[in-house]
Each structure stands twice: as structure tokens, then as C-alpha cells.
Design a protein around this ligand. Structure first.
Ligand SMILES: Cc1cc2nc3c(=O)[nH]c(=O)nc-3n(C[C@H](O)[C@H](O)[C@H](O)COP(=O)(O)OP(=O)(O)OC[C@H]3O[C@@H](n4cnc5c(N)ncnc54)[C@H](O)[C@@H]3O)c2cc1C
Length: 378
């Protein structure tokens, strides 16, 4: 049995960021990841410029920028009937498109270098609260005891499920993703294309591969894939990755000795290319809160026990974390909702796109808002 201060389940951007910042603060960290890295993940592979500030604080900005990647300088919105509205980014802004196998591996290795114990190919199978207000975590061949548990295990979080905090989705959609040969003359752009069956996102990730995402419903996803196979002349043995569902009710991100970060907190849908930023930043915010909790408990003079046994300090730390977590999304959730509506109703979105004098300035404004570096205080 291993004893740690914090156990983080999931080694994506949220879990690795949280593990790295906790390790820097001197905590004993276990990062438990189901897969063996490097691995791909269903994603558009677009890294919003806002990520760079967190990556720089992790000492990774330079490494990511020298890894194989492509740069996007504009987004083309294409309606069902082929009408295109282009939104270029403001001067100096650019999106880095990088395969998640590369990006996530850099982050996981950084967490390891900084002192986190990384356990790959380790799936959490059961969780139990202990009498000492901590957790016992069973993975297939090992057991951990921890004071704080972090669910960073994505949209369909096992930690949330084992804690009975995973509601059923209301309306299910399916995403498919593949890396395919880059069509000639694709250009430095991201394409967001509405189709009668759903939606497709396309982004070059290096000089020879295109990230292709398709989002549809169970009845339409097969014909969406057929469209992609014909449109991009794909081989019959093309590999596709998949994830479903994409929507669930959000969850409280910080609760006594349990945190949910990144997609596991389920605040946004994955349609505005900001999920990686929220994952990195929520990992950083949770690490700051967890460090205060552990240090406060270690210096017992800080902890004044209340009637329910929870220290005052912990409650104010949790409130502060919840405020910072909400602030991270402030002013951006409505754009996410708008993107969601467009994806759910591609025909309606296409009709709006056709009214170019109205749609063009709106789309340019929204794109610039999303691709603006988010400067959040620590
Ligand atoms: C179609 C689509 C397109 C997207 N495009 C973009 C984009 O272009 N840009 C962007 O910023 N965001 C995009 N996103 C969102 C982005 O992928 C997520 O927001 C981001 O990956 C969240 O990071 P995370 O660390 O919270 O979770 P994840 O990246 O999902 O990582 C979770 C990790 O937990 C592990 N895990 C799961 N269960 C267990 C378990 N039981 N035990 C141990 N480990 C476990 C998984 O193996 C995984 O490594 C997209 C999402 C989708 C679906």
C-alpha cells in the first residue's frame, strides 16, 4: 500500500498539470493513468494561446513550440451549401495544432521530472473513504491511501461514477476523430464545417497530417463518416477514435477532500477549442488549493476543528478555489452555448452563415474572443 498526500486519477492535461504543480510544492503525488503514453485522444488538437502562460509556468512553452506542430492563422466556417466565412485572428495571435500524443506526453513527463510518481496502465477500480477523512484507492495490482483525491479522468470520469456523481446524459452525441493525410494546399487554417448530418472540424497538425473530427448523433454518425471517407478519399482501413456522450450536468469542482478538474468537472462542451486551457488552468488552481490544505493540516495550529470536523481553513480554501474556478469560465460560457446550439442545429447555423453581412462580423468577433490570450491572475 502506497501512502501519498494527493492521488490524481487521469494523466491528461488537467491531471498532469495538477500533479506537476503539487510536486513543485513538495507534496507526495501519485498520478494514476489508465493508458500507456504516448497515446492519442479524441480532440481537435488545437492549443489556444491562453495555454502558453500555464505551459511557461511549467517550463514547457519552449518544448511544445519546438515539437512537431502546425500553426493556424484563421478559421473558415463552411455552411451546408458550401458558403465560407473566414475569421482571421488578430495581429500576432495564432493557434498551435499539435497531436495529443506529443502534447500530453510532454506534460506527463514534466510531472514525473518534477517528482510525481506516475503509474501508467493503471485503471482505478474502486474507491473508499477512510476514517481519517482520506481515501483508499484500488487499481488493478496496487492500493493507495491519500489525503486528497482528484478526478482528472475526463468527460466520463470513473471517479465521479464511483462517487455516484455521474448523471445520465440528456441528449447523446458521438464524436469520431482521425489523423488523415493532409490534403494539398489546405493552408494555415482550421475548418469548421456544417453538414446535414452534423459537424466536422479539420486542422493540420504537421506538414503531412490533418486532424479530422466528426460530431453527430447515433443515427447520423455513420453517414457522416461515409461523407468524410468520400470527401477526403480515405482508405478503407482508416483508424477512428470515438467518444460519447459529450454533455452532462456540471459537478462541484471542490468538495472537502475531493476535486474534479478539466473535463471531469464537465463545465463546457468541446466545441470552442478551449478545453485544454481549462484543463491546464484548473489543474493549476486545484494544486494551489490542495497545497494549502495539506500544509494547513500539517501545521495543526492552523486547523481549528468545527462541529462537523472540517477545519475552517479548508472551507475558505474550497470557497476560494470555487471562485477562481468559476472566474476561469466567466464571459465565455455563452460562446460555448452558442457553439453547442450551432452544432446541434447545423441547418439553422448554415442559414445564419448564409447572411454574410450579419454572420461575418459576429463570427470574427467571437473567434477573436476565443483566440485572445486569457490573462488570469494566479
Ligand atoms: C471532438 C472533440 C474535439 C475537441 N477539440 C479540442 C480542441 O481543438 N482544443 C481544445 O482545447 N480542446 C478540445 N477538445 C476538448 C479537450 O479534448 C478536453 O477538454 C481535454 O482533453 C480535457 O483534458 P482532461 O485532462 O480534463 O481530460 P482528458 O484529456 O480526457 O484526460 C483524461 C485522462 O484520464 C485517463 N483515465 C480515464 N479514466 C481513467 C481511470 N478510470 N483510471 C485512470 N485513468 C483514467 C484517460 O486515459 C486520459 O488520459 C475537444 C474534445 C472533443 C471531444
Amino acid at each position: 500500500m502506497e501512502v501519498v498526500d494527493v492521488a490524481i486519477v487521469g494523466g491528461g492535461p488537467a491531471g498532469s498539470s495538477c500533479a506537476a504543480f503539487c510536486a513543485v510544492a513538495g507534496l507526495r503525488v501519485a498520478l494514476i493513468e489508465r493508458e500507456k503514453f504516448p497515446r492519442e485522444k479524441v480532440c481537435g488538437d488545437c492549443v489556444n494561446p491562453a495555454c502558453l502562460s500555464v505551459l511557461n509556468r511549467l517550463g514547457l512553452g519552449h518544448e511544445i513550440q519546438k515539437s512537431p506542430h502546425a500553426i493556424a492563422e484563421a478559421v473558415d466556417f463552411i455552411s451546408i451549401n458550401g458558403r465560407t466565412v473566414r475569421a482571421t485572428f488578430q495581429e500576432g495571435a495564432r493557434i498551435i495544432n499539435i497531436k495529443r500524443s506529443i502534447f500530453d506526453h510532454c506534460l506527463l513527463e514534466r510531472a514525473r521530472e518534477l517528482g510525481a510518481q506516475v503509474h501508467e496502465e493503471a485503471t482505478v477500480v474502486s474507491l473508499a473513504r477512510t476514517r481519517e477523512r482520506g481515501w483508499k484507492i484500488d487499481i488493478v495490482r496496487d492500493t493507495f491511501r491519500t489525503r486528497v483525491l482528484v478526478g482528472a479522468d475526463g468527460r466520463n470520469s470513473t471517479v465521479a461514477r464511483l462517487c455516484n456523481l455521474l448523471p445520465r446524459p440528456e441528449r447523446e452525441r458521438i464524436a469520431l476523430q482521425a489523423h488523415i493525410p493532409l490534403p494539398r494546399d489546405f493552408g494555415n487554417r482550421i475548418v469548421l464545417q456544417f453538414l446535414p448530418q452534423g459537424y466536422s472540424g479539420q486542422a493540420p497538425v504537421n506538414d503531412h497530417e490533418l486532424n479530422l473530427c466528426l460530431v453527430g448523433t447515433p443515427p447520423t454518425i455513420y453517414s457522416l463518416r461515409t461523407w468524410a471517407e468520400q470527401h477526403f478519399n480515405l482508405r478503407a482501413d482508416q483508424t477512428w477514435r470515438t467518444i460519447t456522450p459529450l454533455t452532462r450536468e456540471p459537478i462541484a469542482a471542490g468538495q472537502e477532500n475531493l476535486f474534479f478538474i478539466g473535463d471531469a468537472a464537465r463545465v463546457v462542451e468541446p466545441f470552442t477549442g478551449e478545453g485544454i486551457y481549462y484543463a491546464l488552468r484548473s489543474g493549476e488552481l486545484a494544486a494551489a488549493a490542495i497545497t494549502k490544505i495539506i500544509r494547513g493540516e500539517d501545521q495543526s495550529t492552523f486547523a481549528k476543528a468545527t462541529a462537523d470536523g472540517q477545519s475552517q481553513d479548508r472551507q475558505s480554501i474550497l470557497r476560494e478555489f470555487a471562485r477562481a474556478h468559476r472566474a476561469m469560465y466567466r464571459g465565455r460560457l455563452w460562446i460555448n452555448q452558442l457553439a453547442r446550439s450551432a452544432v446541434l442545429s447545423p441547418r439553422f447555423a448554415s442559414r445564419l452563415l448564409a447572411i454574410t453581412p450579419i454572420s461575418a462580423p459576429i463570427l470574427r468577433g467571437l473567434t477573436r474572443t476565443i483566440v485572445t490570450s486569457i490573462t488570469a491572475p494566479l
